[in-house]
Design a protein around this ligand. Structure first.
Ligand SMILES: [Zn+2]
Ligand SMILES: [Zn+2]
Length: 184
């Protein structure tokens, strides 16, 4: 059973500055509870400059994951949290990406913030969305694919509205690989 390491990514432009350490300090115990494994913040430098697309003003998430895979502790499940807006070439944006059955996952807080949609800041909502998105991407590292149950955290969500209606929990079906890996 691997522990979870949270890595804040501090690179990027000023507008997409690193997520605050307080936010990660709230995320860590939530993930430790969900996955029933130790979760701690680890400060490590992940250089995302090469993943930057100047025309799109976004960062290619797959390139960051590849970079992470080379650098991080292979005996941990690693989730990087960035303020940079992420994309994959076929989509206008992604909230995050993970290596299916791998060790590395990545989430962005950029579009989880109400300010992104021109609304007043809601720290409670940001935290809730980040916990769901983080659990979702980590779920992919256990080999989980998207779930048809809209309440399940593995339900696909390409809009914050969808993120807000689902729960932070894995349904009984999606829980199976977690049990199999000794997490439950
Ligand atoms: Zn997904
Ligand atoms: Zn499910």
């Amino acid at each position: 059973m691997k522990p979870i390491h949270l890595i804040p990514i501090s690179n990027g432009t000023a507008a997409s500055a690193a997520p605050g350490i307080e936010l990660l300090e709230q995320l860590a115990p939530a993930l430790a509870r969900t996955f029933r494994t130790p979760c701690r913040i680890k400060l490590q430098n992940i250089d995302v400059t090469a993943a930057h697309d100047e025309r799109r003003r976004q960062y290619h998430s797959t390139a960051i994951l590849q970079q992470m895979e080379r650098l991080v502790d292979p005996d941990a499940r690693v989730l990087a949290v960035t303020g940079c807006d992420l994309y994959v070439p076929v989509l206008t944006f992604v909230f995050g990406e993970a290596q299916l059955q791998g060790n590395c996952a990545l989430v962005s807080t950029a579009r989880l913030k109400e300010q992104f949609y021109g609304l007043p800041e809601r720290p409670d909502l940001l935290k809730e969305r980040l916990i769901k998105e983080a659990a979702h991407e980590l779920g992919h590292t256990f080999g989980l694919r998207h779930c048809p149950d809209w309440r399940c955290v593995m339900a696909s969500s390409h809009a914050v509205e969808r993120l807000d209606v689902k729960t932070a929990e894995f349904c009984n079906n999606c829980r199976k690989p977690l049990i199999h890996n000794g997490y439950w």
